[in-house]
Structure formats: structure tokens, C-alpha cells
Design a protein around this ligand. Structure first.
Ligand SMILES: [Zn+2]
Ligand SMILES: [Zn+2]
Length: 384
């Protein structure tokens, strides 16, 4: 499969550069979707456009096949100005593919091309899912699922490029691969007044300061040692000057967990502590816990398939199935809550060439030789 993929590498590079040059933000992926759907229709696939937003699915059917494997690519870019000085640099001011979703789309389009050429060996139907709005919660995955993108699907796979992983390497893990990334906001409201007469006020500051420290005990005292979890208070604001006790104090921050039980424990624990701080100091408390994407939980059977397919392309020694869990958020989680499968990282970095800027950096770049590898692995997953 790698040999065939290398033969189309020029086409892959051209396709990726075209997509790269014309990035579109979440829920605005009109041209991007039209371009990709057009390519797949041109290959003879059955395309259902605008399934949810600009999201679409494309089916490659094999006579007599009963099973269907789905391959997902995300389409949106980021609100960021690209700083790479390349001829195919983003042509849209303030918008760029700095998460490399152009790479994902190209790998999926490449896989379709490879599978068509290998159709006589294909025993399962294939569905390509082109998803809008991965970067902006609530994300496009849930919308597409509600509109039936997983109907008739037996397994689902997806990849993310990673410039901090060398090209030619693949990494994944069974269980939680990415974090649930939630945020919280707490407002403690008392009654402000003159700083010289605190007894006539209800001062929110001592309670807010105590609460910041107490929240830190949730991870150290309530979560089992060895279970990863993060509570970070990232903002604490109150008051305006030296002689006024303010009305209110405001806290916000982030919570990262890899397990639903721990997530719930932290949410409940934070609320209980905020509520208690309010009661103890006579303050009114408003607590808001906003859930981001759920954690991607890879199925063991899916990881085994990814490992087999990737090993066939990049060699067994370049496949790591013990990738430590990462603190990114990704809405691929919602596909895996409904169907077996796995998500994996495709190495797209090249330290020797200076390609190692992280995702979301304005200088993020990929080594384009990852395109044929990604296309070959996706195709191999469908053939397996
Ligand atoms: Zn991203
Ligand atoms: Zn991304």
C-alpha cells in the first residue's frame, strides 16, 4: 500500500497545498467541503452533502459486503495568521490550517484513491466522514452523528497529525488518549464598603483566596494517587483600589480528566467547596461548570487494528501503542462512544528540517511525506 501511496505523492502534496491555501473557520467550511466532495464524486463515490452544516459523507460500496468501516477527517482551520513563508501560505488573512486538518482531509482523499485502485481486495464498504467544526465546541461530530453518519457503520477510525512526533512514527493507546477539557467560573458576591470599616461589609476576598487553596486539595486528597487530573485556577479578580472592599470576587479555570467518575467527582467537589465558602462568609455563590469535549477512549480492538495497519506501512518498530494520554480535547470521542475503533497520531515532524512547531502555533508546519503514510494507513485499515 505504501508503494501505491508513494506513486500518488505528488497529487497528495498538490491537494494538501490547495486546501492549505484556502482555509475556512469552523462552520464556514463551504469551499473546503465542496472541493473534497467534488474530488470524491469524481472518483465515483456516493456523496451526501450538507448532512450537518458543511459536513458530508461519501460511501465506497463493494458488492456483497456486509460490513462498513468509517474514516473521519475534520475540515476547519483556526483564527490565526500563518507566519510560514511558503508559496502555499494561507491566502485568507487571519485564518490558517495551523492544526493541520488540511493534512487529515488529504490523507482521507488519498485513502479513497488507493482503495479504488485496490477495490478487488476490499471486503468491507467504506464511509468517509468529512466533519466541520472540530475546533469549536460543541463540535461537528455530534451534529453529524444525529444526522446518521454512523448508521450502518461497524467501526470508525481517525487520525491527527503531530509535528512533535517524527514523520514515519505512529502513536496511540488503548483507553483514554485525550482529556475531557472542562472549564469553571465562580462568582462570590458580598457587600462592598469602606476598607476601614470591614465589619459593615461582606468581604468576598478572604473567601475567594481560601477557595483557591481549597480547590487544590481536590486532586491531592480526593483523587487516587496515580490517576491523572488537573484543576487550575487561572484567574482571580476582585476590587479596584486600596481603600474599597469590593462587592464581588471572580474565579475561573480549567479541569482536565480522563475518566467520567473523576470528572463528576471534581465538578461536585468544586461546587460543594464554593457553596461552603459562601455559607461560611455570608456570600452569594454562582457556580458554572462548562463541559468541553469528552475524553477519547480508544477500544482495544481498534488499537490492535491500527497497530497492524500502521506496522504494514511504517514498520512495527515505528508504532507506539503506549502513547501517554494527552491533555488535548478532540470531539472524535463521540464517534467512539457509539462504535468501536480508535484514534491515532500520525508523526508529521522533522527535527532535521526544523519542522517541530506544535499544533496551533502560527509557525506550525508538517513534513509532507506524512501524507502518503497517512493515506496508506487509512487505506490499510479499510482493507484489513
Ligand atoms: Zn486544533
Ligand atoms: Zn485538530
Amino acid at each position: 500500500m505504501l508503494e501505491q501511496a508513494r506513486q500518488i505523492s505528488e497529487w497528495l502534496v498538490t491537494t494538501r497545498r490547495e486546501l492549505h491555501q484556502h482555509p475556512e473557520l469552523s462552520l464556514q467550511e463551504k469551499q473546503t467541503a465542496a472541493r473534497c466532495a467534488g474530488v470524491l464524486e469524481g472518483m465515483g463515490l456516493r456523496v451526501r452533502r450538507n448532512l450537518w452544516g458543511e459536513g458530508f459523507i461519501a460511501d465506497l460500496d463493494v458488492p456483497g459486503a456486509r460490513q462498513r468501516v468509517a474514516l473521519r477527517a475534520d475540515m476547519d482551520a483556526l483564527p490565526i495568521t500563518e507566519l510560514n513563508e511558503v508559496p502555499w501560505r494561507s491566502a485568507h488573512a487571519g485564518v490558517a490550517h495551523m492544526c493541520g486538518h488540511d493534512t487529515h482531509m488529504t490523507c482521507a482523499l488519498g485513502a479513497a484513491k488507493l482503495l479504488l485502485a485496490a477495490k478487488d481486495r476490499l471486503k468491507r464498504n467504506v464511509r468517509f466522514i468529512f466533519q466541520p467544526s472540530e475546533e469549536t465546541p460543541p463540535g461537528g461530530a455530534l451534529g453529524l452523528i444525529e444526522r446518521g453518519c454512523l448508521e450502518g457503520v461497524d467501526e470508525v477510525y481517525g487520525l491527527h497529525n503531530n509535528p512533535q512526533l517524527e514523520v514515519g512514527q505512529v502513536a496511540t493507546r488503548t483507553g483514554a488518549l485525550t482529556a475531557a477539557a472542562d472549564s469553571f467560573r465562580i462568582t462570590l458576591t458580598g457587600r462592598g464598603g469602606h476598607a476601614s470599616r470591614p465589619h459593615e461589609t461582606i468581604d468576598p476576598l478572604p473567601a475567594a483566596c481560601a477557595l483557591v487553596l481549597q480547590l487544590q486539595t481536590l486532586v491531592s486528597r480526593r483523587v487516587a494517587p496515580g490517576v491523572p487530573a488537573v484543576v487550575s485556577v487561572t484567574q482571580l479578580t476582585a476590587g479596584t483600589t486600596h481603600n474599597i472592599i469590593p462587592d464581588a470576587a471572580f474565579l475561573q479555570g480549567t479541569v482536565r480528566t480522563f475518566d467520567e467518575e473523576v470528572r463528576k467527582l471534581l465538578e461536585d467537589g468544586m461546587w460543594a467547596m464554593a457553596d461552603a465558602a459562601g455559607k461560611a462568609h455570608g456570600l452569594k455563590v454562582s457556580f458554572n461548570f462548562e463541559r468541553g469535549y469528552d475524553s477519547i477512549v480508544n477500544h482495544a480492538s481498534g488499537v490492535a487494528r491500527v497497530a497492524r495497519a500502521a506496522a504494514a506501512v511504517v514498520g512495527e518498530k515505528n508504532v507506539n501503542v503506549e502513547q501517554p494520554a494527552m491533555t488535548w480535547g478532540e470531539d472524535f470521542s463521540y464517534y467512539l462512544q457509539r462504535k468501536p475503533g480508535a484514534f491515532f497520531l500520525l508523526g508529521s515532524g522533522n527535527r532535521a528540517k526544523g519542522i517541530c512547531e506544535p499544533l496551533h502555533s502560527p509557525r506550525m508546519n508538517v513534513d509532507e511525506s506524512c501524507l502518503s503514510l497517512g493515506a496508506a494507513i487509512l487505506a490499510q485499515l479499510a482493507l484489513d
